[in-house]
Design a protein around this ligand. Structure first.
Ligand code: CUK
Ligand code: CUA
Length: 663
């Protein structure tokens, strides 16, 4: 069945790729396996493209991936860490959702999760959309990752020293967000834009007062890099018209200091399908244009510093009137129900996709600045200057149906996801990028089909000032027939695409099912930019403060200390025992339990599971944890190590004895 020519292609591809890998195998190195490889490929029905795809993605045991992708976890409330090109899930990072493997919410991180509760209401999930890696001069620096919770308007800070969540802030004026998180080029600010307009500060107003009382917003969270935390006191928000703001992006290089966001529902539709009104999907799609939001960040900062703010729930807000008066906010028409807004690597162009328009529209920052200088605008109904569209648009490129999000490479190409076409388009940028690409500027080059219905795409470092242009991942919303169906709830599908070659060559390499939530955006960073710890720097390390906890339990200092009804337990963990192994207390005591993993060996993690108390810890080497509870249940509770750490792991256990009050 298989012709000789066909097979020589496979063999040639295999040999070429082995050669490219720098392993020095050469023809003889591959020859021994050729017969076997051919037989395997034939038996499995693999095409030459399949074989090259396998060769480009396979990681021999022990070899690390070249890139690390940080993906939102959608309604899992987490962030996923995935290696490229192998597409191996390396870990999830618990953020908004308690997660027992990491102990997150089960004795570890409880205060951080509690800081994200709304009016004391426990929230045990989030809807993460857009991760943002911290940047220095517009390039990923590998230090922090930020992520938003669309459902509750929250932003989290993850420290990439240990890949753990350090802070959750609740937006004080909004109850949902979407245009977050994105960072300014030196991570001065983390952007969090709203989505569905509501009265700010969670006030009540009837829906028929929509135009007067409902508002949009964008919040600029000040990041204090030395503290590794958002500084709420130096953060502020802009009040925006009740258009539904969507995604934001920060300007860089040519556009540094500007922030761009888009909006849909400039119709101010208020829905009400049940009362015979046009549903939102129709009402919010009437007009030919919505508004690109253009924000002058230095002017906004100046207004904030000058105290030209009002307080909503104690949070500084620059009113819409002040935004207009101070020249902070401008609009430009953008066609039609836009979704993505993405700033090109040099910062000179801003690419907007209208979901209901087959084009991407490209704005020029020079033209925008000129139109502002020329006062070439008409005010909208809220008095915001709407710049003349012809004056600010540089180009439009027809790509296909349902364009959403755009990324960039090092070859002068842009890539845009096409939801309805279920494809990724490669197209050429003009201007300064023309010398990089051999094709005609501002034109479609090719499309690659994806499976199916792509939302975001992520190219390697593809939203920075220096994209590297090797890989692109298509974050597909539907997988339909790509995987074994695990019941009617199907996974999403991440597809890895090789974009290293120019022209019409792009190759689909790998399908990765995501069966734990619906990711939206992801960012892909070169692995060598990350330098995480593999053990905590010193024994007794508190990951919350990132320093040694002077009150941590120490080897030789294990003890139980009672002061009235308060009991402090100082415990150490090392293969394969806890010290102490018996802890005797009285019903009604308040317990503060301090455990230190005193190991220094990589991967020597211990768990700590306490029955009936909803406690499970993950204690990484060196880590010290304190958790508290009221011992209101009498009885004997067998605690044990919940990580299989050694041959005598099962013996790593002990007894908490809580003596009944009556005895
Ligand atoms: S959104 Cu999900 S596909 Cu939150 Cu960025 Cu466009
Ligand atoms: Cu320690 Cu199992």
């Amino acid at each position: 069945m298989m012709s000789r020519m066909w097979w020589s292609l496979v063999t040639a591809a295999a040999v070429v790729l082995v050669g490219c890998g720098g392993n020095g195998g050469g023809p003889s190195g591959g020859a021994a396996g050729n017969g076997d490889a051919q037989a395997i490929a034939a038996a499995r029905g693999l095409t030459p493209d399949d074989v090259t795809a396998a060769l480009k993605t396979y990681m021999p045991t022990g070899r690390h991936d070249d890139y690390i992708m940080f993906s939102s976890g959608g309604h899992s409330g987490q962030v996923f860490v995935i290696g490229l090109p192998s597409m191996r899930l390396i870990r999830s990072i618990a953020v908004f959702t308690p997660e027992p493997w990491q102990g997150w919410g089960y004795g570890v991180g409880d205060e951080i999760l509690e800081a994200g509760y709304v009016n004391g209401n426990e929230l045990s999930w989030g809807d993460t959309h857009h991760p943002a890696l911290s940047e220095t001069n517009g390039d990923y620096d590998g230090e922090y990752c930020f992520i938003n919770d669309k459902a509750n308007a929250r932003v989290a800070v993850i420290d990439l020293k240990d890949f753990e969540t350090k802070q959750i802030v609740k937006n004080p004026i909004a109850n949902n967000d979407h245009g977050g998180t994105m960072v300014t080029p030196n991570t001065e600010y983390i952007i969090e834009g709203g989505q569905y307009a509501t009265p700010l500060g969670n006030e009540y107003a009837p829906i028929d007062e929509y135009n007067e009382s409902y508002r949009g917003m964008v919040t600029l969270w000040k990041f204090d890099r030395s503290a590794g935390r958002i500084d709420e006191s130096q953060s502020f928000a802009l009040e925006l018209p009740p258009y539904w703001q969507d995604i934001f992006d920060a300007g860089k290089l040519a556009s540094e200091g500007w922030i761009f966001g888009n909006s849909f529902n400039t119709e101010l539709a208020t829905g009400g399908i049940e009362s015979g009104n046009a549903p939102f999907e129709a009402g919010a799609s009437q007009r030919d244009a919505d508004y690109l939001h253009i924000i002058d960040l230095p002017k906004a900062e100046a207004a904030f510093r000058a105290g030209k703010t009002s307080k909503i729930n104690g949070f500084a807000v620059i009113s819409l009137d002040t935004c207009v008066k101070e020249g902070i906010l401008f609009f430009a028409p953008e066609p039609k129900s836009p979704h993505g807004v993405d700033v090109a690597p040099k910062g000179d162009f801003i690419v907007v996709s209208g979901k209901l328009d087959p084009h991407v529209t490209i704005y020029s920052i020079d033209r925008i600045k000129q139109a502002i200088a020329d006062k070439n605008w008409e005010p909208d109904q809220y008095g915001v200057p709407v710049l003349d569209q012809d004056a600010v648009v540089e180009a439009q490129v027809e790509l296909g149906l349902g364009p959403l999000h755009t990324q960039f490479d090092d070859k002068g190409y842009a890539y845009t996801s096409l939801f309805l076409d279920t494809a990724v388009a490669r197209w050429t940028l003009g201007g300064d990028y023309e010398s990089l690409n051999p094709d005609v500027a501002w034109s479609l080059v090719t499309k690659i089909p994806v499976h199916y219905n792509v939302g975001h795409i992520a190219a390697s470092e593809g939203d920075t000032v220096s994209p590297d242009g090797n890989y692109l991942v298509s974050l597909n919303k539907w997988s339909v027939d790509r995987f074994f169906p695990p019941g009617p709830l199907l996974p999403q599908n991440f597809q890895l695409i090789d974009i290293a070659e120019s022209g019409d060559k792009m190759q689909l390499l790998y399908d990765m099912p995501i069966g734990i939530g619906e990711p939206h955006y992801a960012q892909i960073v070169k692995a060598d930019k990350l330098s995480p710890w593999t053990v905590y720097p010193e024994i007794g390390w508190d990951p919350l403060t990132q320093k040694v906890d002077s009150n941590a339990a120490k080897a030789g200092g294990e003890r139980v200390v009672r002061q009235g009804r308060n009991v402090d337990i100082y415990m150490t963990a090392i293969r394969s025992h806890f010290t102490p192994e018996h802890v005797a207390i009285n019903q009604g005591d308040h317990v503060r339990w301090h455990i230190t993993n005193v190991e220094r060996a990589e991967d020597a993690t211990h768990g700590f599971a306490l029955p009936a108390h909803n406690v499970n810890l993950s204690l990484e080497p060196g880590e010290a944890v304190t958790f508290e509870f009221d011992a209101d249940q009498a009885g004997v509770f067998s605690y044990y190590c919940s990580e299989f750490c050694s041959a005598l792991h099962l013996e790593m256990a002990g007894y908490l004895m809580v003596k009944p009050t009556a005895l």
